[in-house]
Design a protein. Structure first.
Length: 89
């Protein structure tokens, strides 16, 4: 009986140690992957901040002031002739 209890305690200790080792290994792998990505990614792609926030893109280039052709009103105007309804003569 004592032998079984001793073995159970040892097993639980080992399982705790394995879990700690797995967590540490996972963290190290994530750090290694992040470092590898940093090393292999070109400088231009590393910067996650878009040019808009850096002030490099002008407002005209963004198309902010342009009218949008996909507005519902413009669709109705375009499709009015295509519906096949001819005025009664």
């Amino acid at each position: 009986q004592e032998l079984i209890e001793f073995q159970l305690e040892q097993r639980q200790k080992l399982q705790g140690q394995f879990e700690t080792m797995r967590k540490r290994h996972e963290e190290e792998m994530q750090n290694l992957m992040a470092n590898m990505i940093k090393l292999t990614t070109p400088e231009a792609e590393r910067d996650i901040k878009p040019d808009v926030f850096k002030g490099k893109v002008k407002k005209a280039d963004l198309g902010v002031d342009k009218p949008k052709p996909d507005l519902p009103q413009s669709r109705h105007q375009k499709r009015g002739k295509d519906k096949g309804h001819e005025p009664d003569a």
